[in-house]
Design a protein around this ligand. Structure first.
Ligand SMILES: [Mg+2]
Length: 483
């Protein structure tokens, strides 16, 4: 075990001295489902939302991938490709448990482990017994430990002198592979690949680069950085650095606290809709979920983003910075609704609605902001506290806005019948009537799925160091009207 002095071993070293592993689980959700239900072994399993509702594929087992099924595809499309695919409803609690167990395994190899997503992690191997000479053996041993604990799970491991290279090469040999790119080998290995293969570079940025005559990674590395800066701002410099395989971001141990950058939820509607009022209700429910998570985690945010995907799979994403920090669904909803109205054209049918809040700060840092000083705010916050406590005790569907009662039953699977209401209808005098009609008790019903937050599978907490690139890409997508 390493002592505290070696925990920051990788920081400040030259790329030649650093050794980073990136572990990426193979078909993670699907593999966990197969592990829990061995009968599914060898079958084309797709993990999705409730099988009775329309949703997207969250993960596909390797037998399903042979038919061309990929994550992010609609389940309808997946069944067209493979009619005998086996749909399995995702179980986020299970995946989180396995993910935490995997982190325990990584920590046996290094004390500096950064979970990048539920199925990916960076391990700082610099300063451990593992060096460039025996790194392959190190990767094999991690896989061996994993196999002992979870026999059905496999991982692909990328080894590089920084996070960028480790991340880019972990996908080289999937499934169950180990790929090593040594210091100085980046251009030789990646130089001829398209720029879209750079971690964080999306299609829109790739198109913008191609208009500048840059299509390959080595061309981007050789391109004048001043011109990139002129076109992309600070992101241009990051692109130039990445194309040369340079990245000095540290591996941040998760127990030191991951800076959460945004919280959001997205939802695919059971059927495409032309009715903006219907989409508004989904947006309100999502805003409510986002705000509740923020309150639970004690965050406030001041950048609100809205995302729509249309029936032709074009997407539009827009964000707005507000002048104060909030964790209230009525504020998030109002801003997101405004963005939605501005960027939805009549006649375009909506397939997916999403809302995110970023620019997050922990509540104690900004308590001095005159956020709760006004009596109206006080009253509303008391109302929110009561609503939160009811949901904590009786489940997420125990209470909802009156405007969403029938909607929740239809869209989110909440019980339609109001049985044995336990709560008095509350006074909602301070709630903006345009923001959705106050709260109403629904039932004593607990979330039967065990999914306490009833989070859609594609909910997200973003902690990526390359968010700037992502936003750039999203902005591009917005400007050009979708990807
Ligand atoms: Mg993976």
């Amino acid at each position: 075990m390493l002592d505290r002095r070696t925990r920051r071993a990788g920081v400040g070293k030259t790329p030649h001295e650093r050794l980073i592993f990136h572990v990426d689980m193979d078909a993670f959700f699907a593999s966990v489902e197969v592990m829990c239900r061995p009968k599914l072994r060898g079958l084309p399993v797709i993990v999705c939302g409730k099988p009775t509702t329309r949703s997207v594929v969250a993960a596909a087992s390797y037998p399903a991938r042979k038919y061309g099924i990929r994550s992010g595809m609609s389940t309808v499309e997946a069944f067209n490709l493979c009619p005998h695919a086996v749909p399995v409803e995702g179980n986020p609690g299970q995946y989180i448990y396995v993910s935490l167990e995997l982190l325990r395994i990584y920590k046996e190899f290094s004390t500096i482990v950064e979970p990048y997503s539920i199925d990916e992690a960076f391990i700082e191997m610099t300063g451990t017994e593992w060096t460039w000479d025996n790194c392959e053996e190190g990767a094999r041993q991690i896989k061996e430990c994993m196999r002992e604990r979870f026999p059905d799970l496999t991982a692909s491991i990328g080894v590089g002198p920084n996070k960028l290279i480790a991340k880019m090469c972990s996908g080289f040999q999937k499934p169950d592979g180990v790929s090593i790119v040594r210091p100085g080998e980046f251009t030789k290995v990646f130089g001829d690949l398209p720029v879209s293969k750079i971690w964080g570079v999306g299609n829109k940025t790739a198109v913008a680069l191609s208009l500048m005559g840059v299509t390959r990674i080595h061309e981007l590395a050789e391109f004048p950085v001043a011109m990139l800066r002129r076109r992309f701002g600070i992101v241009g410099e990051i692109l130039h650095m990445m194309a040369a395989g340079r990245d000095d971001t540290p591996v941040t141990p998760y127990y030191e606290g991951m800076p959460v950058k945004s919280m959001g939820h997205e939802h695919t509607l059971p059927a495409d809709t032309w009715d903006i009022a219907e989409a508004e209700k989904v947006l309100l429910r999502l805003s409510d979920q986002v705000a509740r998570r923020m309150r639970k985690k004690e965050y406030l945010g001041n950048v609100i983003s809205m995302r729509l995907r249309f029936s032709d799979f074009e997407s539009v994403g827009r964000q707005k910075k507000i002048e104060f920090y909030t964790d209230e669904e009525r504020v998030i909803y109002r801003v997101a609704r405004d963005l939605m109205h501005r960027h939805w054209k009549q006649g375009r049918s909506i397939r997916l609605v999403g809302v995110h809040c970023s620019g997050l700060v922990k509540i104690p840092d900004v308590m001095q902001i005159d956020l709760f000083g006004q009596s109206e705010e006080d009253a509303h916050r008391k109302l929110l506290a009561v609503v939160d406590s009811i949901r904590d005790k009786y489940g997420e569907h125990a209470i909802t806005r009156a405007r969403l009662v029938s909607h929740d039953a239809r869209i989110w699977g909440a019980p339609r019948r109001v049985s044995e209401p336990r709560f008095q209808r509350m006074s909602v005098g301070t709630v903006d009537p345009t923001a959705g009609m106050g709260w109403s008790p629904m039932s004593r019903w607990h979330d039967a799925s065990g999914n306490v937050d009833n989070k859609p599978l594609n909910s997200s907490i973003s902690t990526s160091p390359f968010d700037m690139l992502r936003w750039q890409d999203q902005d591009d997508r917005g400007r050009s009207g979708g990807s």
